[in-house]
Design a protein around this ligand. Structure first.
Ligand SMILES: C[S@@+](CC[C@H](N)C(=O)[O-])C[C@H]1O[C@@H](n2cnc3c(N)ncnc32)[C@H](O)[C@@H]1O
Length: 212
């Protein structure tokens, strides 16, 4: 996807670098020590401009939140949101994830959020989808007992693919809706930038939570 050129991007990232974890691999297994918070650890992959994770974290000061986003031109908005409140319980990894286990230890994470993940529509790119079966099993490895993966998307094809992967692997669905915002599920409480945009067009939002 093309993005508008962001003005003074390098300077703005530098000014907010305190919200980026420079060497995230060093904290594998030690994220609670890193935050100085003993509570739950939640991560969002492809967190974009950070609206979801920031609002979630402001309401839950006893939990730690890590947003992972490869594109500095969108993450800058998340960094600047963090600076508005000097939020203590959100930090960002500014990298494209290849294998989530590079950053998190087995049984370390309480929840993985996948919000409006890139669809990778070509069949030959299926392995790159964040809900590809093998990738779901990698999340399972870093999740604690009782941990969950929560996935939201406007994209019907990606949602069907995800349900097929879940069924193929026999994973337990905990919650699901094909119209999240007309349901009474708590997952509709914190929205993302993409979600707000698609809801504005009247688009239904698909949601599934596995494990948990
Ligand atoms: C469609 S946007 C959704 C952003 C946000 N979650 C939302 O709902 O508004 C997907 C985001 O995932 C990021 N992304 C894609 N692949 C990634 C990867 N492997 N690691 C980290 N970020 C990734 C993209 O740069 C993009 O910002």
């Amino acid at each position: 996807m093309r993005h508008k050129k962001v003005k003074n991007l390098a300077e703005r990232i530098e000014a907010n670098r305190r919200f980026i974890v420079d060497d995230p691999r060093a904290y594998k297994g030690k994220w609670r020590e890193f935050f100085g918070i003993e509570g739950p650890l939640y991560i969002e992959l492809g967190c974009g401009k950070g609206k979801f994770i920031t609002s979630h974290a402001l309401d839950n000061p006893d939990a730690c939140f890590i947003g992972i986003e490869g594109l500095g031109a969108v993450l800058i908005r998340g960094l600047e949101k963090a600076a508005e409140t000097e939020i203590p319980n959100v930090r960002y990894i500014m990298e494209y994830v290849v294998d989530i286990r590079d950053f998190f230890e087995d049984d370390e994470v309480d929840g993985v959020y996948l919000n409006f993940s890139d669809p990778w529509p070509k069949a030959r790119h299926a392995k790159r989808r964040f809900t590809f079966g093998d990738t779901l099993l990698k999340y399972r490895q870093i999740l604690k007992d009782g941990g969950f993966v929560a996935f939201k998307t406007d994209n019907e094809e990606l949602f069907e693919f995800t349900l097929e992967e879940i069924e193929r692997l026999g994973l337990p669905i905990n919650e699901m809706s094909r119209d999240l915002h007309n349901s009474d599920l708590a997952a509709r409480e914190y929205t993302t930038e993409y979600e707000d945009k698609f809801r504005g067009y009247g688009k239904n939002i698909n949601y599934v939570k596995i494990w948990g």
